[in-house]
Design a protein around this ligand. Structure first.
Ligand code: UT7
Length: 330
């Protein structure tokens, strides 16, 4: 089967609980002014007890299925991109399938904050290669569970949330995924990650005492590489689509830092009015950030049928990924 995969439904889920910059001022040596100026973030959502990566993913997935006007039984594959899985084993998708009441194939995808673009590409490829009716791709995170509450370099950035889309077959010249670029520079694994708890360094009382179960990040270096990676990856994806920045109707970047978004958009010649930014209210939700921003743009009527939507993410690995999508239902 040829053709494209189009986005036919979307849904989001964020915890009720908000952590504001004023709340963080009580916890670490920081200020609202510093956080807003350096990151653009004003508040982020934090999962309550009992809220988990899977519970948020199930809520977002249920909303996306409803919005697509289908039933869960019409989903033939579930992919969950996450850096904060429900448990090490089994994968988060298993919990999500259970919550949705489906028995289709499912797997998790790990590509850091570029996870949503990776799963969009993967889900689209599987949809157009086989006889799948719909693929549900969800980005879901509870980063609050792996953030060091004493580390002001990271605890101000990350938040919790989930968002997903339903993919359905479209025609060769219809709406859907037009072009993409994925990459990973594995020589940079040390710049951003959780050092212990895996096979390389299993958790011990010593690693826990040293706080190695928490995210560690070399922020400035990640910042520099992020701008470069996004700009270069977007250029490759746009070239494959036969487009330039001037053809982009809406830029939906990973929401890691407002300054990264501004720098990348400026270098790509995409004006601020065409860039979707919601980092002020949600912070960095890793794999959930792009679909969360995209869903909000769609819900507020900004993504017209036929619009060229450009997504681009980057994150731990370091990974990057960009996707050019023509918006609309087949
Ligand atoms: O999605 C995954 C990818 N992650 C990212 O994209 C994150 C990329 N990095 C960033 O967003 C930024 O590097 C940060 C927001 C993390 C930090 O901003 P920065 O402008 O790069 O600050 P810096 O690390 O260069 O630190 C500047 C100063 C330092 O003080 P000194 O050494 O100059 O006295 C830090 O200790 O700011 C200090 N600082 C803070 N001050 C107040 C660091 N964090 C804070 C804070 N509040 N929360």
């Amino acid at each position: 089967m040829a053709g494209r995969a189009a986005i036919v439904g979307w849904g989001t889920a964020v915890p009720e609980q908000r952590l504001t910059n004023a709340d963080l001022e009580q916890r670490v040596e920081t200020s609202d002014e510093w956080i807003v100026e350096r990151t653009g973030i004003r508040e982020r959502r934090y999962a309550a007890d009992g809220e988990t990566t899977a519970s948020l993913a199930i809520e977002a997935g249920t909303a996306a299925i409803k919005q697509a006007g289908i039933t869960p039984e019409e989903i033939d594959l579930v992919i969950v991109a996450t850096a904060t899985p429900e448990q090490p084993i089994p994968h988060t998708g298993a919990f999500v399938c259970d919550g949705l009441g489906v028995h289709c194939g499912s797997f998790d995808l790990g590509a850091g904050c570029a996870g949503f673009v990776y799963e969009l590409v993967t889900g689209s490829a599987l949809l157009t290669a086989g006889n799948l009716r719909h693929v549900l791709v969800i980005g879901a995170e509870t980063l609050s569970r792996v953030v060091d509450p004493r580390d002001r370099g990271t605890c101000i950035l990350f938040g919790d949330g989930a968002a997903g889309v339903v993919l359905a077959p479209s025609t060769d010249d219809g709406p859907g995924l037009l072009a993409w670029d994925l990459g990973c520079d594995g020589s940079a694994t040390g710049l951003l990650g959780i050092p212990s708890g895996g096979s390389r360094r299993p958790a011990t009382p010593e690693t826990i005492a040293a706080g190695e179960q928490y995210i560690k990040m070399q922020g400035q270096e990640v910042f520099k590489r992020a701008v470069r990676a996004v700009v270069e990856s977007v250029k490759r994806a746009l070239a494959l689509a036969g487009m330039t920045g001037a053809d982009v109707d809406w830029f939906v970047p990973h929401q890691a830092n407002a300054r990264i978004i501004e720098a990348a958009a400026a270098r790509l010649g995409i004006p601020a009015e065409r860039t979707i930014v919601n980092i002020d209210r949600f912070g960095n939700t890793s794999a959930a950030s792009i679909p969360l921003a995209m869903a909000e743009a769609a819900d507020t009527g900004r993504l017209e049928d036929g619009a060229v939507v450009l997504m681009s993410g980057f994150g731990a690995g370091m990974t990057w990924g960009s996707a050019v999508v023509r918006w609309g239902r087949p």
